[in-house]
Design a protein around this ligand. Sequence first.
Ligand code: SAM
Length: 485
Amino acid sequence: MTDSSVPPGGHRSGRGPRKRPDDRRRRSGPPRGRQGPGRPPAGDPAREAALDVLRAVREDGAYANLVLPGLLRERRISGRDAALATDLAYGACRAQGLLDTVLAACCDRPLADLDGVVLDVLRLGTQQLLRTRIPPHAAVGAAVELVRARAGSRPTGFVNAVLRRVAEHDEATWVDRLAPADTLGRLALAHAHPRWIAEVFVRALGSEDELAAALAADDARPAVHLAARPGEISAEELAAITGGEESPYSPYGVLLTEGGDPGDLPPVREGLAVVQDEGSQLVALVAARAPVEGRDTRWLDLCAGPGGKAVMLGALGAIEGATVDAVDRAPHRAGLVAKATEGLPVRVHTGDAREVALPEAAYDRVLVDAPCTGLGALRRRPEARWRRDAGDVEQLAELQRSLLRAGLERTRSGGVVTYATCSPHPDETTAVVAAVAAETGAELLDTAALLPEVPDTEAVEGPGVQLWPHRHGTDAMYAAVLRRS
Ligand SMILES: C[S@@+](CC[C@H](N)C(=O)[O-])C[C@H]1O[C@@H](n2cnc3c(N)ncnc32)[C@H](O)[C@@H]1O
């Protein structure tokens, strides 16, 4: 279960949401029991916010983790309501495939024929019934009120009936009843992943042995890590200031143990630390540790936005006497890199890494942190697993190969390139590296040897290290180091 931390109860705070321009119209709507624009807001700010996130994701293709924080701020939702809104919105986005499978079994018509708001309310209700400790009567009652407020009273009976059917079984029983017969299909449904992603994980893991653990870890909310800026503050000091714990592997990492917005922590506000998954810290570390023959003062970060690894490379470069050129194609993201690396020896360039006006065969150390499917960071992007499809991979792999080639072209003989993705998909990781190494004659270095403190990192299908949420508590980051001949 994902959301066992959700506080029980119906979460009626008594405080209504902040007045919105259409509130007056709602108040003058038809009385209860008649169809119309609906009753006044139900006084359930958490579920209203969660519902608005689901709508934005479904209708506008929005990202839940970008929509929700603004919504909470704008409506001044905080504390337990904010925690509930977050659990419900992210939980329902993550579990959408499982929720829809159960709902399809409980509805007398195809889900595609349902009104969008009704479907969102049903998903939210099913999430509460199957994946939280909220009592069934509270979950169903809140869903009925929500649909009444948003779509009038006509669908209330339908929503009530469907959710009562959902509530007849718990999550495990529904999975037993509805899952395909094979282990992979059952685990994919039970842990709310599309089947094709479970298949990718099995390929990257080498067998089905760890699949249940990998999918379960991927179905949970990720821990938040900070990275102490090298040369400014140690992880020990950062942990003491923030009340967090030093990370198990990254010498700069701190695991936050308290909730709240990490952006508000004084060391983050003062630029002494950044919010960065420990896996990303380890990738930056690989890029900085890779052995270079001879001079080691010109570094390049070819896909730098929004700048997490550029900060780490810039700070380490400042210590080592190196400068970093950081490139991103997207002007907005290049701007974020510039902001994040202020005061560090980092020059930012906006342009396509394959064409940008930077010298060839010149850099000692290069990072290519390529755009990818993001299958290794699904915990952070609640809806992403249902948006991606297997067909995305081929086009991305072509771009990844061309970016790695561009990285090697900028590297001098004896210099090193670290290729990284936040995806464990072998077609984006080992296959890209093996193909470009074969084509260019670049030497593949033993990347696992660069992270001796991290166990079980070797990628299965080819060169490089593969981190996993269930093994390392990090995103499923991949990295491999090549030396230019
Ligand atoms: C995985 S992200 C990099 C994350 C970054 N290294 C960090 O640690 O914050 C990939 C980045 O590559 C950029 N990108 C995509 N195609 C590119 C290209 N052809 N040239 C340069 N940058 C590109 C994207 O805009 C995106 O910011």
